[in-house]
Design a protein around this ligand. Sequence first.
Ligand code: OSB
Ligand code: MG
Length: 379
Amino acid sequence: MIELQRIVLREIRLPLKEPFRISSGVMHNRRICLLELLDGDGTVGWSECVAGEIPNYSYETIDTAWLAIREWLAPRVLNSSIAKPGDIPAMLEKGICGHNMAKAAVEMGCWDIAARQQDLSLSKMLGGTRDRVPTGISIGIQANAEALARRARAAFDQGYRKIKVKIEPGADVEYVRAVRQELGPSVHLMADANSAYTPADTDHLAKLDAFDLIMIEQPLSREDLVRHAALQKRLKTPICLDESIISVDRAEDMISLGAGKIINIKPGRVGGFTASKGIHDVCQENGIPVWCGGMLESGVGRAHNVALASLPNFSLPGDLSPSSRYWERDIVTPEWTMDSEGMVHVPRDKPGIGVTLDMDFLNSITVRREELQRRAATK
Ligand code: OSB
Ligand code: MG
């Protein structure tokens, strides 16, 4: 039983070690919203909202998520008795459209609480089965093809099991060619367009078929399932959808339309773990591989992603780079690491998310804080 007493919203600023450029924008700093949830029994849970600073990946931003949590979402969970975290999406869905990232932050924090209440790791609580999960890297758009090939080589030598390169018109075929030449034919290589193309680019995108990519992620707009289906008919390379898949229904639509053959599951994008598990299960039944994407999370969001990636149908390496790839210093202890085989270890013997917040550091980088309380009981 979860009976939340308080949710503390915090905004922290974490500078990225290097800017991360995708087709729709560049990030230098992460403004991250963290949730600390306190249950009536004293259990504390943590979660991270993955919304960015500007609405380029989705319409949500850290500021819209903050508003949605404070005004509409937190009051519902703060003034209820919740039997299990799987009940939360229905509570948050009724009469509140969209705002999946805000909803996910609330729901995922409650999963952490529920796991701790049962003295289970989040991985076990979610149905995860693996102690180690394979890791891929997502490399931002670089100044030129040679620079990208160098970055890809360094990442592969570090142990990463999958190399994903961001592409956009003008930085695509020649960039991918350079990376494939550098890495050789057997390395798992893929490209992510973040919706940078239109159906008019079909012939151009078909040139990527020459490089044996394991997939091309989200070439067209988020709304374009039908157009993705038409594009998939023209490409040998499997399409993987990211931005388009915001629910279990949308995953089923992708499958029945043939709009893609693989799904990148980001729990923040789909509204939390309940929907993530639902998509995982539908994909497993239909022979669709899934993998866990990332949103440049701090060590808190990473903990949630690693737990999810330990489920059995996460059969491809996730975007789960170690802390040191993004930050000079992460906010959790221990920091996330990757072994020389490119595996991240799942803390399955620790309760909840399995990492501890470094509160002194966290407080030193907090720029905004708001406490949301349970309504006092009225008699
Ligand atoms: O499309 O997967 C994406 C980061 C921000 C927004 C969108 C995406 C990404 C990444 C980063 O690819 C993956 C990571 O967290 O390492
Ligand atoms: Mg993507």
